[in-house]
Design a protein around this ligand. Structure first.
Ligand code: GLU
Length: 489
């Protein structure tokens, strides 16, 4: 069996999209499963849409997801360079080979002429295919056109290649995911492989790169299926081995339209900024088209790799359920070891003076606030009342503090707590007794606690009250209570 070598070839015209992350993951898994190599190639030939910032974003996002590549622009490898713009001098030789073999020809048509052809097709309500009027130009005709200052583009001769290697105009291939796919190549039209300025087009450069990098399997989105037919013919025309292809269904938004910014985050880095854990994100992305044989959806990439079979990938589209991702993320947050969680949360706590807490206090604060977190960024609001002297009261807290019962609770609390030892353990006991004291007077324990919570945190829900009091300390807790009491004690 040939060595398994797969690649992803992102174009750096934006931050790494979750769809590309899924393609990368499936390639990575396929390589792992087959002891193969995972190659990263940057397809930056569209200089206008390319930026260094996007290239860095691609590197950083893939690394953050743990999708490390064996060969690529930064780590090198035997078939470099791995950045397409650095490979420009490689392509002309293969263009020449196709010209020599008669599988390509020079096309002198101007953009205006081509536009006119397209217009005619539109008028005749026919799908446009290039008329091939430059296919059989004589040397004299070409010389004349050159003399006019025209520079030719190079077109691939589809019909010639197709007829050289296949019995009819229909080209088939056996897709790893979708099974038999075919097209009538007469409908494809001779496409440009090298522009008149010498720049290779995507369909050509990708074949040369995949060929020279000895790529054995091309796994990518189904939006490339129509390109695959063209690419197969170029491989064949060059006498190269054709890789196996596998096309993944699209990722759609919950409303079944193309996933886009209006649905929420789409770039991996955006998800990370919002407080998604990359472990959750990669686990979620794996389930877009793949399902675990044991039905157990929470899995590490290594576990997924064990179970991964490309032919079991669903050939249909997947829906990007943000709710499910949120659920997974909250699950992963719950699973994080406390020390790691403490570190991961710090970027979302920069607005607070963390130095005002000891390490033990910080640990406890995280322990008691982590439970309801869906995103790491939820921590910013969840811990607001642990910082600063006073608190802002929300509407419900204000209402609660207006009642006579609340005021009575607070007054008694201040009086009774004067000699309490202010440790969490002791506060726990004391508060229980305190609630009992009010229960005997017919006040429900939760009503008693609302009064204290409203005064100390400014809200009616939040972390364990005993822990909050312990972390804040006696002075801060009592000062906040006194600040909302109508009469002083
Ligand atoms: N640069 C192409 C893209 O980003 C690569 C497609 C391919 O995998 O061949 O869509």
């Amino acid at each position: 069996m040939t060595d398994v070598r797969v690649r992803i070839a992102p174009s750096p015209s934006g931050n790494l999209h979750v769809g590309t992350a899924r393609t990368a993951l499936f390639n990575y898994l396929f390589a792992k499963k087959n002891n193969g190599k995972f190659v990263l190639r940057i397809e930056d030939t569209d200089a206008e849409r390319t930026s260094k910032e996007y290239i860095d974003n691609i590197f950083d996002s893939l690394k953050a997801l743990g999708l490390n590549w064996d060969e690529g622009p930064d780590v090198g490898g035997p078939y470099g360079p791995y950045t397409q713009s650095q490979r420009f001098d490689i392509y002309p030789k293969y263009v020449q080979e196709l010209l020599d073999k008669g599988f390509a020809y020079e096309c002198f048509c101007t953009p205006e002429e081509l536009e006119q052809e397209k217009e005619e097709a539109r008028l005749n309500k026919k799908p446009y295919v290039y008329t091939r009027k430059c296919e059989n130009l004589t040397e004299e005709e070409k010389a004349k056109l050159r003399a006019e200052g025209r520079k030719p583009a190079i077109r691939f001769n589809i019909a010639k290649a197709q007829r050289a290697f296949h019995d009819s105009s229909v080209l088939h291939f056996d897709d790893l995911v979708k099974g038999d796919l075919h097209v009538d190549t007469d409908l494809l039209g001779d496409f440009v492989i090298m522009k008149s300025n010498g720049a290779p087009t995507y369909n050509f450069a990708v074949v040369i790169d995949d060929m020279l990098m000895k790529i054995s399997h091309v796994i990518r989105g189904e939006d490339h299926i129509s390109n695959t037919f063209k690419q197969i013919l170029i491989f064949e025309a060059l006498g190269a081995e054709v890789p196996r292809f596998g096309h993944l269904g699209m990722i759609l938004a919950p409303d079944r339209s193309k996933l886009s910014k209006r649905h929420g985050a789409t770039a991996v880095s955006e998800f990370v900024e919002k407080g998604y854990l990359t472990d959750a994100l990669i686990n979620f992305v794996a389930l877009l088209g793949w399902s675990p044989s044991d039905g157990q959806e929470i899995k590490t990439v290594d576990e997924i790799a064990q179970d991964f079979r490309i032919n079991e990938i669903s050939s249909s589209n997947s829906i990007f359920e943000y709710d499910k991702l949120n659920w997974m993320n909250s699950h992963y947050i719950k699973m994080l070891p406390i020390e790691e969680l403490k570190e991961r949360l710090k970027p979302y706590l920069t607005q607070y003076d963390l130095n005002s807490l000891s390490d033990a206090q910080y640990t406890r604060m995280v322990e008691v606030t982590r439970e309801p977190l869906t995103l790491l960024s939820d921590i910013t609001d969840a811990v607001a009342y642990f910082f600063g002297e006073g608190v802002e009261l929300d509407e419900k807290a204000k209402e609660t503090l207006e009642t006579e019962t609340s005021q009575d609770v607070l007054k008694t609390f201040v009086e009774q707590s004067a000699d309490w030892e202010w440790t969490e353990e002791n506060l726990h006991e004391k508060l229980e007794a305190f609630r009992g004291f009010y229960k005997e007077k017919g006040i429900k324990p939760k009503v008693t606690m609302w009064a204290i919570r409203a005064a100390v945190t400014g809200r009616l829900c939040g972390a364990d009250m005993t822990a909050i009091l312990a972390i804040l300390g006696r002075d801060k807790s009592l000062n906040r209570i006194k600040a909302v009491m109508k009469q002083t004690v």
